[in-house]
Design a protein around this ligand. Sequence first.
Ligand SMILES: [Zn+2]
Length: 278
Amino acid sequence: MIKDGLASAVHWSGLGRLVLSGADLTGLRVPVLLYHGVAERPGPDQAGRAAFAAQMAYLSQRYTVVPLSLAVEAVRAGHKGPTDWAVVTFDDGYRNLLANAFPVLQEHRIPATVFAVPGFAGAQAVWSSADPESRRLLGWGEMQELSRAGLEFGSHTLTHADLLNLPPATVRAELAASKDALEQRLGVPVRDLAYPWCRFDERTVDIAREVGYTSACAGGWWMHHLLRRLMTMKRVPVYPGDSLEVFRRKLEGAYCYMNIGATSRDRRRAPPAAGNAE
Ligand SMILES: [Zn+2]
């Protein structure tokens, strides 16, 4: 099955340089990029359309961009390589992805995952400080359109909840109801989760597993982009002001030293100020 998936990725990306295994490869290192919205101009939570287009052009030339589900499947299957994979994800599910991100992804045949917040479908992201138009979220019809076009959808909880400050029953409800809503409306299995505000603990991970998620994304890069622990996957945030050079260095892990020494307490930090939402 994994080989079928890989063959499909090769076909999709137009690249034939995948290596299924190799004794010289020590681990599956996959940068998982984290975006939010893509607006005409950069702003809080919003990459600028021109910068995003340049980043995707660079990415498609230098990396084999695979769906998150395929990367997860490869990790579960114990694959150690290849090392030129990358994954693209978008948190929150902003409506401007339709006009500003999807055409770019299509142009470069880049697969991506959108982590949506079903309780706010078609509404505004009240947790975002972006301008009112930019913080509008995809409605169900638009999500169905993107899903049919090949984008993957995961859950970002039902209401963008801070899972560390809720009783277990509410955490379970946030995770289960969002999964159910996405599966029923989109007609596809939903197995991937992204923790709002990047806030999780062992209890959160246990409940997510029990509810049926098989992978979960965090944010930050305190451990770089080693895609190993599937329920606490690190991602590489791309910020609105990032130059193409910064983007390139992020992909290569050049800044991972910034978070060396981060403690579990750091991971339980308060939700970031508006404008840095994850
Ligand atoms: Zn979010």
